[in-house]
Design a protein around this ligand. Structure first.
Ligand code: CUA
Length: 371
């Protein structure tokens, strides 16, 4: 198996963003070096040039106090130039930040849970791994991450990307690997005694190798399927309908929920994303859906963070607004058993879960941009 390289002064450039980050970094270093040298030179040069000489006597103040027209121009110049340079750094940095903070809509989704002191990773298809992340090359990968305890930070230097991993909240990180190989994962936030040991390896594989690797999976079914058994185990289905047209009126129907706007009792509305679902399961009283009563018990302490991600995958697999599945990975939904809005047929024709790379990436049907 590939091994992550040992010490390097500069990590590989293994993602689409890496070159951009390095270019900005080089610019910052060059600007800093230029001004450091300029200032050091002027300190020495001016000290020598204007040194005290006994024959000239004491220095005489400038008549206008040093604030003539020349002084004014000098002040303007040395204000405008640094302002311009720092604005270049700002705009450049912001553009990279925007790119890094907004995962492309059709990214492949992978879930990460940090805990003292390991990384637990779940793939939609059901494969799970610890301190290892297998990904295909040249695919946008979006990590949705949370922590079971304290703040961690998922950092892959070769991809030039990192993001805090927080308890009680989902954060995301995305990248597109451009080079096959094995790269370090580090925890970049001090999280306790073994923080420095909270490391792992990303394996960037060809699409074919990745699918082969996925095929060797756990046999526990996809995340959505595992989420469905959890859903049944916890008895969620006793109240929440999860099939089309099976309305029982007491609890909100979960079909088509994910990604939609939910009207709340207090008149406001909220987008049904991962965080909303998590909050609704753990703190059901915090956001009551309009037209429903505050009758749901909390499931706090009954679901692990990993389990929560599975539940979310299941709810997500129940469709999004307009009946489209929200991920690039088609999930197993019983299209024949449950009548669905006709727009779904477009996506329903996609290959079933697990067949991701079997067919050469067929262009997915246009999907609404959810995030
Ligand atoms: Cu986890 Cu440092």
């Amino acid at each position: 198996m590939m091994e992550a390289k040992s010490f390097q002064l500069f990590p590989d450039q293994a993602s689409t963003i890496a070159g951009h980050v390095d270019a900005l970094y080089a610019f910052l270093v060059l600007v800093s070096a230029f001004f450091s040298l300029l200032i050091a030179f002027l300190v020495v040069y001016l000290a020598v040039k204007y040194r005290h000489r006994p024959e000239t006597g004491p220095p005489v103040p400038h008549e206008s106090g040093g604030h003539g027209a020349g002084g004014m121009i000098l002040e303007i110049v040395w204000t405008i130039i640094p302002l311009g340079i720092s604005m270049i750094m700002f705009a450049w940095g912001v553009s990279i930040y925007f790119t890094e903070s907004r995962p492309p809509a059709d990214s492949m989704e992978i879930y990460v849970t940090g805990k003292q002191w390991m990384w637990k990773i779940q793939h939609m298809e059901g494969a799970r791994e610890i301190n290892e992340l297998h990904i295909p090359i040249n695919r946008d990968i979006k990590l949705t991450m949370t922590s079971e305890d304290v703040i961690h930070d998922f950092y892959v230097p070769a991809f030039r990307t990192k993001s805090d991993v927080l308890p009680g909240k989902y954060t995301t990180e995305w990248f597109k690997a451009t080079k096959l190989g094995a790269y370090h994962i580090f925890c970049a936030e001090y999280c306790g005694t073994k923080h420095s040991g909270m490391i792992g390896t990303v394996y960037v594989m060809t699409e074919a190798d990745y699918n082969k690797w996925l095929g060797e999976g756990s046999g526990e079914g996809s995340m959505a399927e595992q989420g469905q058994s959890l859903f049944n185990q916890l008895g969620c289905g006793n109240c929440h309908p999860s099939v089309v047209n099976n309305l029982n009126g007491r609890c909100p129907n979960l079909v088509g929920l994910f990604g939609s706007r939910v009207q709340l009792k207090d008149g406001s509305n909220v987008r049904a994303d991962e965080s909303y679902i998590r909050e609704s399961v753990l703190y059901p009283q915090s956001k009551i859906v309009a037209g429903y009563d505050d009758i749901m018990p909390t499931f706090k302490g009954l679901i692990s963070e990993d389990g929560m991600l599975k539940l979310i995958s299941y709810i997500r697999s129940l469709g999004a607004p307009n009946g489209t599945v929200t991920t690039a990975t088609p999930l197993p939904v019983e299209t024949s058993a449950s009548p669905r809005p006709s727009t779904h047929a477009v996506n329903g024709a996609a290959p079933p879960a697990g067949a991701r790379g079997g067919a050469p990436t067929a262009p997915a049907a246009p999907q609404p941009r959810i995030q």
